[in-house]
Design a protein around this ligand. Sequence first.
Ligand SMILES: Cc1cc2nc3c(=O)[nH]c(=O)nc-3n(C[C@H](O)[C@H](O)[C@H](O)COP(=O)(O)OP(=O)(O)OC[C@H]3O[C@@H](n4cnc5c(N)ncnc54)[C@H](O)[C@@H]3O)c2cc1C
Length: 386
Amino acid sequence: MATVSELAWLARINAFADHDVAPLAGRWVCGDVPGKDLLGRAAEYGLTRIEVPVAEGGLGLSFAAKARACELLAAADFGFAMSVVNSHNVAAKLARCARPSVKDQLLRPLLAGEASACTALTEAGAGSDFAAIRTSARRVADGWVLNGEKTWIVNARHASVAIVYAQCGEIGSRDGIGAFVVDLNAQGVERFARDADFSQVSAGTGGFRLTDCHVEPERLLLEPGLAFKSILGEINGARIYVAAMCCGMVRAGLGIVRHYGLERHTFGQPLVDHQAWRLDLARCDTELAAAQALVAEAVAGIVAGCDVQLLAAQAKIYAVDSAQRQLAVLFHAMGAEALNPERPLARHLAAAQVAALVDGSTEMLLERVAHLTHGRARRKTQSDRQ
Ligand SMILES: Cc1cc2nc3c(=O)[nH]c(=O)nc-3n(C[C@H](O)[C@H](O)[C@H](O)COP(=O)(O)OP(=O)(O)OC[C@H]3O[C@@H](n4cnc5c(N)ncnc54)[C@H](O)[C@@H]3O)c2cc1C
């Protein structure tokens, strides 16, 4: 699916994930956080520029290359993969939609990995039900004034810039939601960290409060009416790369456990020679192949410019579900050794739970699948009757 030159680039990303990210990731569950230099290294490999057009200083690579890069990074650490791809997505969106003056100010440091960025929709009272956000944007003579609080946002701990979705009209109105480019170091912004065992420190998860935060008129990125539609369009891609990330984590876990099964002996033989043990791994391998096939089909759909709502939802539902189940199986198959922070299984297991929430929770996606498939069935029944 990826081109020959993309495959060469992906081989370098694989080496970066293996040699630069994976060895550090175990410490990120023991209090360390990724250093700023790691984002800079990721930028040197082009991970901040994947889909940004060449004319804007990017690599102009395909979605197929991006999804595979996400898979490779998540095999090392899901949180770091989310951090990098979220920053990249903001850069790509600014390159596509921002006014030239805003691009001139913000794009270069993001592409160079000198700064990070985030996308902020979620609030304490509005997650799945995005249209219920209460962060308000009020038009004033010299721009906009934003008030509200965003939480559970990847990169919010360190990002210098956020694309903030805010309500410009009545609460609950989809057409009232606009998107703003907000300087997170500006007056009126107070950020906070979200610490939790499962919160993926390496994803820089946090939030921020906006109190009479002034935003210049040129920083309105998407007018009310366009912002909600734009999210619906972009989210299919996010669902697919999150599904790919889940495949990456299971693939990595499977490789480690399989190797462990050759070395660890119980009752006089390697674990792999106990049939009950190895059948669990065989099931995991089989589910991984199915998840990878769904992801590949969805990626191909995006690359071909098709409507991938259904494929994206199905790929994410299955890959996440399977990762939640199979990472638990792999964790168990390794015995106590799975708890060793140098092993990624506990991190990946927690990450699969997070994957089940972000970019459309499993329940929301099942609703989407039901809606789309029932719609098809209804149309078929009607056309059969005519
Ligand atoms: C580590 C992490 C990083 C995140 N990063 C970002 C980010 O960068 N930007 C951002 O904007 N957001 C981010 N989020 C937020 C994420 O998008 C939300 O967690 C998600 O939208 C779900 O919202 P919620 O957590 O408020 O759950 P809720 O919406 O309160 O739902 C709770 C549970 O109920 C289920 N549920 C809700 N409604 C229904 C229904 N109608 N029918 C059946 N079941 C239902 C959900 O599936 C879920 O299981 C992040 C979250 C986490 C944990």
